[in-house]
Write a protein that binds this ligand. Structure first.
Ligand SMILES: Nc1nc2c(ncn2[C@@H]2O[C@H](COP(=O)(O)OP(=O)(O)OP(=O)(O)O)[C@@H](O)[C@H]2O)c(=O)[nH]1
Ligand SMILES: [Mg+2]
Length: 596
């Protein structure tokens, strides 16, 4: 039966940049489709029936996703298949990392999740992919119309054709950021929907969202993204016109009569205007609902903070953040003895979850598992997921989970720090954050881990690793004390200087009257002292764990306990549950792109 479906499989997606947002055809009614019925005209709403019927339709429309806002419907029959195009990067190690991230993103969409898709795919099948010339490498600028040069576009088309002869490909994923025009032109050249990095991540969020909150937010992100993709195509003469897809055609009566009467009245809405209006209306509708979610969350947070504990005391929240796939959900499950959904795929968690844990001090605390981050996290997602990310901003303590086995762990670390700053986490919280270097079991070489019955050897190896780490820490301590020594000697030098040359008043004024030499010297000392304090804090805030084997979990709980009790958070500070009004920022760049 499945084979029949596969053979008959119709395109499950629409050309995303297309104005004529074509309906998605499915052989069976999808479980949750975002697409209109294949039998209704895409813009039939412009010819609404009069009276109460019309009102009913408007009300109904409010709950409908704007057609074509997601490229794929969540078709239960089979997941979409993508062809990955990776622009070449130098050095090769970076290319490998980016390519493997692109393939993982693709797999995240392609593979069945929790039995959601019925078709049996071979697990860990590597998606078809192609590394191509990077247009930015040559001229630091991509081609304005197609991103890639004409040769590369042709090359990809040939590969696509060859692949299509073997199996159906639903869309092409270009692991770069494309403009609306570039995306549209590539879609025309290749005859397939094209997703860029942002578009794919938004699709994954839509696939994985389960709660109402996550669904609303991923739809808002998709709408904001879509708004920037509404572009006009040039007709065969190269003019912006009543083009091949009728993008400038008048499709709705709205606006008619606004500028006068009879034949001098306004012509009505073009397809482009109609799409913009629909997106705007839906966006406003979603924002109202998301604000409700925010309000509820804020009230719940406030109640927890005031008297959430069993003894009526405040309950602290610890937010678990980190790069996607670092092991956050597995760690929260292990610490709280619960069973959160975790999976070896990117963005397995989109719906935030709270789990309670009893700390060694006997105090109950909530762990908040949330959506993972990624480098260049799309701004639309950060803005749309504000309600969810607010949990992170408002948490009493942050745990930053890192995948210590990832070759680019430091890059992932800085991406996460960047996102935390972007969403408004205070500098103080970032400084106080606990860094959890998870998956240390994977640091043992694969060969060793595979040898059966060698548990003892593995444990010894772990001990060795621990000792190595401790030795390294000691070494770092040595470096630190050298720093301290140099700071102290510099401080002494400044004191000498000031004693000899400056009055105490001048020193208090931070050397306003110091000469250049003295000022440089003094600021050097201050910088070094700050760096010194930072290093000391970093070492104290680090812990190594393995959520799977349980290594370091006890120590982690003790550290959380220690951190929380050192904080003044449980002091009943006044807390405003819902004070700020939030709207996604008006992004001029997107609007400009849409105008093109
Ligand atoms: N070997 C090993 N694997 C781990 C460890 N922690 C998590 N994993 C695995 O890593 C994969 C990702 O784990 P998740 O807990 O889903 O990661 P996450 O950070 O929640 O990921 P997202 O929700 O996608 O952001 C799963 O396959 C886990 O089994 C660990 O300590 N050691
Ligand atoms: Mg998770």
């Amino acid at each position: 039966m499945l084979r029949i479906f596969s053979r008959l499989r119709p395109p499950r997606c629409s050309l995303s940049g297309s104005l004529n947002l074509a309906p998605v055809f499915t052989t069976r009614a999808p479980i949750r489709t975002n697409s209109p019925s294949p039998f209704c005209a895409p813009f039939s709403s412009s010819r609404k029936r009069k009276g109460s019927d019309e009102e009913r339709d408007v009300g109904k429309e409010k709950d409908d996703v704007v057609p074509g806002v997601f490229v794929f419907g969540n078709d239960p029959q089979s997941p979409p298949r993508l062809f990955v195009v990776q622009p070449r990067l130098r050095p090769d190690s970076i290319l490998d990392l980016k390519l493997s991230e692109a393939l993982n993103l693709t797999k995240s969409l392609e593979e069945p999740r929790g039995g959601f898709f019925r078709e049996d795919l071979t697990p860990k099948q590597i998606p078809s992919h192609l590394v191509v010339q990077n247009p930015i490498a040559r001229s630091s600028k991509s081609h304005a119309d197609t991103y890639f040069g004409p040769g590369t576009v042709e090359n990809i088309k040939t590969h696509l054709k060859a692949l299509e002869s073997e199996d159906h490909i639903d869309a092409v994923f270009v692991n770069a950021t494309l403009s609306g025009i570039q995306q549209r032109n590539l879609e025309i050249s290749w005859g397939k929907p094209v997703l860029d990095r942002v578009g794919l991540i938004i699709e994954i969020f839509n696939f994985h969202a389960e709660t109402k909150e996550a669904k609303l937010q991923s739809e808002l992100a998709a709408l904001m993204y879509k708004r920037s993709r509404l572009v006009r195509v040039r007709g065969s003469q190269g003019r912006l016109t009543f083009g091949i897809n009728g993008e400038a055609e008048v499709v709705s009566g709205r606006g008619r009569g606004s500028g006068g009467r009879g034949f001098i009245s306004g012509a009505g809405e073009t397809e482009l205007q109609l799409q913009r209006r629909r997106i705007q209306e839906r966006r406003n509708h979603l924002l109202v609902q998301i604000d409700e979610v925010r309000r509820t969350r804020a009230l719940q947070r406030s109640a927890r903070r005031r008297h959430g504990g069993s003894n009526g005391h405040g309950l602290a929240t610890v937010a678990v953040v980190g790069y996607t796939n670092a092991g956050k959900s597995t760690l929260v499950s292990a610490l709280s003895n619960s069973d959160l959904y975790s999976d070896d795929r990117l963005f397995a968690t989109v719906d935030p979850r709270l789990r309670s844990v009893i700390l060694p001090s006997g105090i109950k605390t909530l762990l908040s598992d949330t959506v993972g981050f990624i480098s260049d996290l799309p701004v639309q997602l950060v803005e749309a997921f504000h309600a969810t990310l607010e949990e992170v901003v408002e948490a009493d303590l942050l745990l930053h989970v890192l995948d210590s086995s990832a070759p680019n762990v430091l890059e992932q670390r800085s991406s996460v720090l960047e996102v935390l700053q972007k969403i408004g986490v205070s500098e103080e919280k970032i400084q106080n954050m606990v860094e959890v270097w998870n998956k240390i079991d994977l640091l043992i070489t694969r060969d060793e881990a595979l040898v059966e019955g060698e548990e003892e050897r593995i444990m010894n190896r772990l001990e060795d690793l621990k000792e190595e780490k401790e030795a390294k820490l000691k070494e770092e301590d040595g470096i630190l004390s050298n720093f301290q020594e140099s700071v102290r000697s510099k401080q002494m030098a400044v004191v000498d200087l000031t004693e000899r040359d400056l009055s105490s008043d001048l020193l208090q004024n931070e050397g306003l009257d110091l000469d250049d030499n003295q000022r440089t010297h003094y600021s050097d000392v201050r910088r070094l002292a700050m760096f010194n304090a930072h290093c000391e804090q970093e070492v104290a805030n680090r812990i190594e764990t393995s959520a799977i084997t349980g290594i370091g979990l006890k120590e982690l709980l003790s550290l959380i306990s220690e951190k929380l009790s050192a904080q003044t958070l449980v002091e009943k500070k006044s807390y405003e549950p819902f004070s700020r009004k939030w709207r996604p920022s008006h992004n001029l760049e997107f609007d400009r792109a849409a105008e093109q």
